[in-house]
Structure formats: C-alpha cells, structure tokens
Design a protein around this ligand. Structure first.
Ligand code: ATP
Ligand code: ZN
Length: 654
C-alpha cells in the first residue's frame, strides 16, 4: 500500500529532487568551447615533457662525473707505496711535502721516482700507512730533509666529490621525480586521461557558435533583465573601460535544478556573441591533487586570450562548500585547491579583461563565504521556478516546431503544472511528442499531454496483477489520502487518485495547489500531515491493520512536522528559533534538552494529526467507501470523478 502523496516541487519539506544534479555531460573534455572562430584553438602536438626532465637529470650526473674524473686525472693519481719506500725517499731528501691524518700519510716527491717492483712506471704523488709499531723519529727526519708538513691534503682523495654526489643521489632523484610528477599532472590537465598516460595530445575542441539567445529563455524575465547588463558589457567592453567602470567579475546563478541556469548562461554568451567556456565543477576533481587547479589556470588563460568571453562553472557547490561543512566524499583537498585557484584567477582580473565568470548552484546556502566576497561572485541572481504565466511562456517556447492539435490548450496545461520547472515542462512536451510519434500521428493531441503529465507526476505504471485483497487495501489507503485532501478547508485540491502500481508505490494520490504558492501557514501544513497520514489511518479504521505501505507517508509527515517545529518556529514549546539546520549536525546548533523538546513536539504534533485523520475518516465513512468503490472499479479517478465518488460538490477549474 505504499504510495506517494506526490506533490509539486514547491512543497515545504526539503523536497528530494529525483533529478540528479550531477553532470550528464560527457567528461571526455576538460571543458567545451563554443563560438570560437576555427583556428583559434590550440591543439599543437607536444613532446613528452617528462622525457626532457629525465634527460636533464641524467645529463647533470654525467657532467659531474666527468668533472670529478678530470680533476683526478689532472692531479695524477697517487701511488700507494710501502712505508719502507717512503722512509727511503725521506732519507734521500726527495719528499717535498706531506699531509698526515692518523697513520695515513700522503705526499709529493720533488723528483719522480721509480715505483718499487715496477721498473717501467714512476710516481710523484703517493700515499702510505705508518705502522703503529714504528718508533722512528719521523718528524725529526722530515725536518732534517726540509719537507713541508701541510695542514690540508696534498693529494685530492680520489672520488671525494663523487662520494658526496652519491650521498646526494637519493635526494636528487626524489626532486627529479617530483618535478616529473608535477609536469605530468600539468599535462594531464591539458589532455585528460590520455595526457595522464603520457602519450596523448590535448583533445581538440570543436568550435561552435552558441545560438541560444534570450528568445529561448522564457518565463524568467526579471532574471533576464539583471543579466542583460552583462551582455551589454561583453558586447562592448571598451564603452565601460573608457568610463573607468569595472564590470562585475562573477555572477552566481542560484536556483533549483532545471530552472534554466545553464540555459541562461548560454543565452548570455549567445546574445553577446562571445565564446562560451563551460565546465562542471566536478570535472575538476581528479584523483591526483593539483590537476583541478591547473585546469582552472588553463581555462582562464584560454578565456583571456579570446576575451571578451564567458566562463561558466556549473555545480560550483561541489567545490565551493564552506570549509568544515559536510562535504561530498573524496576530493577534499582537491576541491579546496581548485576553489582557491578560481578565487586567485578572479582576484587577478583587473576587471577590464572582458572575461565574466558565471557559476551555477542549487545550494547557494552552503557556499563558502569567500566565494561571495566583493571582486568575486559579488552578484547573485536567483532563478525561481516559473509562475503560471512563466510556465505558459516556456511551454510555447518548447512547442515551437511541434505541431499541436486544435484541442491542445497550453494555458490549461500551465495551470495544472504548478511547481514544475522549465526542464520539467520541456520534458512534458517531449514525452507527448514521443507518444504521438509512436502512434504514427502527425500532431500532438490533448490526450498525449495529459498522459505524459500523468506519467511524469505519478510515475510509469507497472504491469503487474495485484491480488484482490491488496487492491482493496490500496483503495482504502488512497481513498483516505484523497478524502482528507477533499474535506479539509484550504487543502490543495485532489487532481488524481490511482491504485495502479507505479514504481515502488502501490497507488498514488496527486494534489496540486490551485495557484502557485510561495509560503505556507501552520494550518495548511497540519492539513498536509493529516492528509499524509490519511492512508494509514484509513487502513486501520476500516481494516484494522497497519502495513508497511505507509513508509513514505510517515517520512513525509515526519519531515513536515520536524520542519514546522525546528525550522519554522511553529511550536510554542520550542518557540521561534531555528534548531534544525538545513545541512549538518543539529547538535552544533542546539542543546540536548532543546533537541529533546523538538522530538517531543514532533511526536505530539504527529499524534494529534493522526487522531484527527482517524476522526475525520470515521465521521465521513460513507464518502470513503464511495471513493474506494469507484477506485476498485476504475483504478484511476481524475479530479471530477474523485469528488463525485465522494459525493462532494466541486468545480474543477482546470
Ligand atoms: N526558463 C526556461 N525557458 C525555456 N526552457 C527552459 C527554461 N528553464 C529550463 N528550460 C529547459 O530545461 C533544460 C534544462 O535547463 P538547465 O540545464 O538550464 O537547468 P539548470 O538550472 O542548469 O539545471 P541543473 O541545476 O540541473 O543544471 C533547458 O535546456 C531547457 O530546455
Ligand atoms: Zn499513502
């Protein structure tokens, strides 16, 4: 009996959006450039740089090696002679100077002398060892012979420098390796994975013109007005330069997924006729630290080369989250480094380059304050889900090129789709067009649109046969939701009730507001909780059972109740304080006793609502039976049929 009391996007509890806000774009390129004249893209082949570095280090070693050997050669190598031979030379007065350390003596002869035992070779430099037992008066003898006893080595010890070098080798190798790694990362930044592997070249980016203009963006006129200033600047930066005006460097587009932030950024580039560089922030997060930052550097330097230009960074919250806040796993340091690099690049702008950075986020509340400081993203433009007029305009934009049958009324569609974003509406028309194409028709009919809307709002029907008992239970469950939606004053009208299983739900009740709503009062929210609990209450009231089918209903009810108590100040016991943060650990905000009070209040609120739901269903039992009966017969009831089944007068306005 699981069901989802499906509501539009604007519903009060932090509505988990099913559209993932991750990038659906191919990640094969670090970014895409559009609108560049051909030939402006640099894709010159590159030699593998790391090879040069290895060669450099090896070459250095070779030079040092040659130097030390040459030094040895010039000095002539010292002959190792016996102490007896040495004594003999001293006696002859042929030793010009010596140096001694411990018992080791090295020195130089005045005249060459034959090496003992080797008649064909002579020597002048020598080393020898004085036996510890020698008790001759060596110093006396040396003085007599007029030999200089030096304080510094006479003969350069062979390979002393070399030894030094060997001991430094590990460090040099390490330094060399780091340089190599660094280079490799830089290249990876330019060439994606192929660059990482060392062989590839930077992928050429196909230049294409952004043809998106403001004509493709509908329903968000006030946002268009705000951004048209940027367009004006990009069209003629000199006009601003002459007056010494600094253009905004960064504009943050904030809004729910699918509200058209990316579209708006592209349209800005299209209107201004400037190159559009776009990258999703998540693309910067790589396994190797430092890649993201160097990608950012490259992105900005390319943009500067072709300025005026727009850099668009999507999902900036993935790297721009406030430090210390909950972060998506992985890429911790990497995100921070990338973010810092973006900030550095933006700080580096004098404001006259003609490069404007647009960034999009659907979580402006979690962004690091450093991003929003003057000189960075100092302008925030909030993009809301469109109102009814906006939805109509968006539908008309997307209906271009789609032949509509005469019975299609886009105004009516716009009225029955509160809370839907531009992306939802685009999807709706596309689904309808697909259905028409499948049927081999040349026009989109009203029926295609209502079917598509049902599919989007309720989910795709599952083709399973339910046991009769389950169907009956589901009928009462959905009947409970629907009836409570109908009889409570101020509740959103019930648009559709169905006991056809869809997704994980066994049935669905859809309620949407008559008009766009922007705020909610406690009374309305209580009604929402009562409605959500209506399914479970009906099962218990009529069948006397509690089933697992109410899981998502309980989640909805609890979420609304917690928000009422902990975020919206709607509980007298807790008072008008914000206790539950949107993000993060509530214990950082509130004491344990306050949190206990929140828990108690949530429980009390839900208990009250549940009792109220049961009471209402008891008092209107015949109406509930009426809905359940019709549901079992027809499976899906639309607005008029549902109210008729309950015997409640209702004029459907859409
Ligand atoms: N105001 C609008 N006018 C016309 N079409 C729109 C509008 N808003 C959204 N759309 C349609 O929805 C599609 C998706 O919108 P877009 O990618 O710009 O949303 P977004 O806000 O960037 O979403 P996300 O946060 O998921 O990236 C657009 O390509 C466009 O077809
Ligand atoms: Zn339910």
């Amino acid at each position: 009996m699981s069901d989802q009391d499906k509501r539009p996007r604007e519903q009060p509890p932090a509505d988990q959006d099913d559209r993932s806000n991750g990038s659906q774009r191919p990640a094969d390129q670090p970014w895409r450039t559009e609108g560049l004249p051909p030939g402006k893209q640099g894709d010159k082949p590159r030699r593998p740089r790391w090879l040069r570095w290895v060669a450099f280090v090896a070459g250095g070693y070779l030079v040092l090696f040659l130097l030390t050997t040459m030094q040895d050669q010039m000095a002539g190598s010292a002959e190792t002679v016996s102490y007896t031979e040495f004594s003999a030379q001293v006696q002859k007065g042929n030793v010009s100077e010596i140096f001694a350390r411990g018992d080791t003596i090295q020195g130089q002869l005045k005249n060459e002398a034959p090496v003992p035992g080797k008649s064909d070779s002579k020597y002048t430099k020598f080393t020898t060892e004085r036996p510890t037992f020698a008790n001759d008066d060596l110093y006396g003898a040396l003085q007599k012979a007029g030999t200089t006893v030096k304080a510094t080595p006479v003969v350069q010890q062979r390979g002393a420098l070399w030894n030094l070098l060997i001991s430094f080798a590990p460090i040099l190798l390490l330094v060399g390796f780091y340089i190599w790694l660094f280079r490799r990362q830089q290249r990876a930044a330019g060439g994606g994975l192929s660059g990482l592997l060392g062989g590839g070249q930077k992928k050429p980016v196909d230049p294409q013109t952004v043809r998106t203009t403001f004509a493709d963006v509908a329903g968000i006129d006030e946002v268009e007005d705000e951004i048209s200033e940027i367009v004006d600047y990009l069209k003629d930066p000199d006009k601003y330069r002459r007056l010494g005006a600094r253009a905004p460097k960064g504009v943050l587009l904030s809004g729910a997924p699918g509200t058209g932030k990316t579209l708006l950024a592209r349209a800005t580039a299209g209107e201004a006729g400037v190159p559009f560089f776009s990258a999703a922030a998540s693309e910067f997060i790589e396994a190797i630290v430092g890649v993201g930052a160097s990608r950012v550097r490259q992105l900005f330097s390319e943009a500067r080369k072709v300025a005026p230009a727009i850099i668009f960074i999507d999902e900036i919250d993935t790297i721009g989250r406030a430090r210390g806040g909950a972060r998506s796993f992985g890429g911790h340091d990497e995100g921070e480094q990338t973010l810092n690099q973006i900030l550095t690049e933006m700080d580096g702008f004098s404001g006259t380059e003609g490069v404007v950075v647009l960034a999009a986020t659907n979580r402006a509340d979690v962004l690091d304050a450093a991003l929003l400081r003057p000189g960075r993203f100092d302008r925030t433009i909030t993009v809301h889900a469109p109102d009814q007029k906006g939805r109509e305009a968006i539908l008309r934009v997307h209906a271009r090129g789609k032949p509509l049958a005469a019975d299609v009324d886009l105004t009516a569609v716009s009225k029955s789709t509160p809370g839907m974003t531009g992306a939802d509406l685009a999807n709706l028309l596309n689904e309808a067009a697909l259905a028409a194409a499948r049927d081999g028709r040349s026009e989109i009919r009203r029926r295609d649109l209502t079917d598509a809307l049902e599919k989007i709002q309720l989910g795709t029907a599952r083709n399973v046969v339910m046991p009769e008992e389950e169907r009956r239970r589901t009928a009462y469950h959905e009947g409970g939701h629907a009836l409570l939606g109908m009889i409570q004053v101020g509740a959103d009208p019930v648009r559709k009730v169905s006991i056809i299983p869809r997704g994980r739900a066994l049935g669905v009740t859809l309620s949407t507001p008559e008009m766009d709503r922007y705020g909610y009062d406690a009374e309305y929210l209580r009604g929402r909780i009562i409605g959500a609990l209506g399914g479970m209450a009906a099962e218990q009231e009529i069948l006397g059972v509690v089933t697992t089918g109410a899981e998502s209903d309980l989640q909805t009810a609890t979420q609304i109740a917690r928000s009422m108590v902990g975020r919206w100040g709607m509980s007298a016991a807790v008072g008008p304080v914000s206790v539950l943060p949107v993000d993060g650990d509530p214990r950082a905000f509130a004491s344990d006793s306050l949190l206990n009070t929140v828990d108690d209040e949530v429980r009390r609120l839900i208990d009250e609502c549940y009792q109220e739901a049961r009471r209402l269903l008891r008092d209107n039992r015949d109406r509930l039976e009426g809905i359940a009966e019709q549901l079992l017969r027809h499976e899906t009831l639309d607005e008029a049929d549902a109210y008729a089944a309950a015997g409640i007068p209702h004029d459907a306005r859409t």
